[in-house]
Design a protein around this ligand. Structure first.
Ligand SMILES: [Zn+2]
Ligand SMILES: [Zn+2]
Length: 331
């Protein structure tokens, strides 16, 4: 089969690869659509020690089962493979499983015509669901999971909150769209990249601005979701959040300063780390995507898998405005 292989830093090669073989309790999926994630970009630049070339990346997969117990069904994949027996799995917190591995990291991913995956990772989708939309389930579920955690900590329902989302990549934008769908009364989106602001502005759900050039209101947002996770964005979040507010930290850009311990204490800020999603979050996100909760998502760009190498290069150069590029092995 053909696959897009990460062969060296800054090098993606469209190559013949051996067919995947299903081990016990695994299925083979014919890939219909697979998104390019920020973490794939990170790996492509040689910045992820866990993703060692040569490796087939890609974990935002929609496809059809061609071998396994449920042949013919259409699915999206939970790329996280969890053990089921550790303390975290047994208490339902699968996303922080101590023994988790991942497709596109510890084993071949979805930038291929076919991929093998444990049956426990399969999430059914309706037979008529648009595969390109379904490939956005993973970033949508990341945002949805952050709201699931925020809901538990907010004193008032989300529709009564003022929310700031930092970063208008796919996770940030999908999170903001879900907030809008839930009736959040004020949404602002902070994004430095003017190309990235365009699709966010077109969604017309609230103010979209450059936090360097324009002023962020301080001490007013009941909910701040940082989908960048850098020192500067944490500083922005800490200043913007209202006393008693909830700050959800999603992005993983750097690990340095930016938290304001005095404000966290004196203003009783709840700080929550949100990592990926559970299978329940993925199922919920797929359902919402299919039923239009996120709108049309006309900003999604598609490319044939065979042209994936150029897509990576253009994304790296910042030449693509689309918050999400989806690769199609069948075209
Ligand atoms: Zn992803
Ligand atoms: Zn586990």
């Amino acid at each position: 089969m053909k696959a897009l292989v990460y062969t060296a830093p800054l090098e993606m090669s469209f190559l013949d690869q051996p067919e995947p073989s299903a081990k016990e309790n695994e299925s083979i999926i014919e890939v219909e659509a697979v998104g390019i994630c920020g973490s794939d970009m990170h790996a492509y630049q040689g910045h992820d020690a866990r993703r060692v070339p040569p490796l087939v990346l890609g974990h935002e997969v929609c496809g059809r089962i061609i071998e396994g117990p449920d042949v013919g069904s259409r699915v999206i994949l939970n790329p996280l493979i969890t053990c089921g027996y550790c303390h975290y799995c047994q208490t339902g917190r699968f996303n922080i499983c101590s023994n988790r591995t991942m497709i596109g990291m510890n084993r071949p991913g979805g930038y291929a015509e076919r991929v093998a995956i444990p049956n426990q990772c399969l999430v059914s989708i309706p037979d008529e669901m648009n595969p390109v939309l379904a490939a956005l389930t993973e970033p949508a579920a990341t945002g949805l999971h952050s709201l699931v955690l925020a809901d538990r900590a907010l004193m008032r329902p989300v529709d009564e909150c003022r929310a700031l989302v930092i970063g208008a990549g796919s996770v940030g934008l999908l999170t903001a769209l879900l907030l809008a769908h839930r009736g959040c009364r004020q949404i602002e989106i902070a994004e430095r990249n003017p190309l990235r602001r365009q699709p966010a502005e077109q969604e017309n759900i609230g103010r979209v601005y450059d936090p360097i050039d324009e002023v962020t209101d301080n001490d007013v947002f009941d909910l701040v979701i940082d989908c960048v996770g850098g020192e500067k964005t944490r500083q922005l979040a800490m200043a913007a959040i209202a006393p008693g507010g909830v700050f959800v930290h999603v992005g993983l850009m750097d690990n340095n300063n930016g938290f304001d311990a005095r404000k966290i204490t004196l203003a009783e800020i709840t700080v929550i780390g949100a990592y990926t999603y559970t299978t329940a979050d993925l199922a919920s996100a797929a359902e919402k995507l299919h039923h239009g909760a996120y709108g049309e998502l006309q900003w999604i760009q598609t490319r044939p898998l065979s042209a994936g190498s150029a897509a990576f290069a253009e994304l790296l150069q910042g030449e693509i405005a689309a918050p999400k590029v989806v690769l199609l092995p069948g075209s």
